[in-house]
Design a protein around this ligand. Structure first.
Ligand code: CA2
Length: 170
């Protein structure tokens, strides 16, 4: 279940507050990217577009900044790194965005780590995996996150951020 970051509305001298103050989210939103995504923009632009991972990270960071939140963007080609960062997110993050790339279709370790999170988590895939090879149709991630965004290109990352912020302000 999503942790709620709530700031109480301040009472004024003239009476009780009528409108709740906007919640302050102090912890960063973790943005985790898995194997080979460091090569985005270099090959297969017909599937993944021409945006690099560093461009995506800037896009998400700017989008977050406009809404007064921070992101921590991390990428690894190693399954264990992703597991460690997901575990770290349990206490250090307000929410988590994950594109586990090929590990989405294989990793029970990532599934188990995500199952232990109690912060909102959204799975992102740049491509529509359901229009692709059958081995990409199943994701071990999907059943243990709040939601999934796929096939919408790099915009999926900012949409995921918006979904997490909406969840946190409920
Ligand atoms: O669509 C996605 O975001 C994927 O997670 C991307 C993964 C793929 O294994 C998933 O099925 C769907 C692959 C990322 C590979 O990235 C590349 C980067 C540059 C050139 C080719 C692939």
């Amino acid at each position: 279940m999503a942790r709620k970051a709530v700031t109480k509305a301040k009472a004024t001298k003239t009476g009780p507050a009528t409108k709740a103050a906007k919640p302050t989210i102090v912890k960063p939103i973790y943005v985790l990217n898995g194997p080979n995504l460091n090569l985005l923009g270099l090959r297969e632009p017909e599937i993944y577009g021409s945006t690099s991972l560093s461009d995506i990270e800037k896009l998400v960071a700017n989008h977050a900044k406009k809404q007064g939140v921070n992101v921590l963007c991390l990428q690894s080609n190693h399954e264990g790194d992703l597991v460690t960062w997901i575990q770290e997110a349990r206490t250090m993050a307000a929410g988590l965005i994950i594109n586990a790339a090929a590990y989405s279709h294989t990793s029970i370790a990532i599934h188990d780590a995500l199952a232990m999170l109690d912060i909102p988590a959204v799975e992102v895939h740049i491509s529509n995996v359901h229009k692709r090879e059958e081995f990409r149709h199943y994701s071990y991630v999907s059943s243990v996150v709040s939601g999934v965004i796929l096939g919408l290109g790099v915009k999926g990352y900012t949409l995921a951020l918006d979904a997490i912020l909406a969840d946190l302000s409920k």
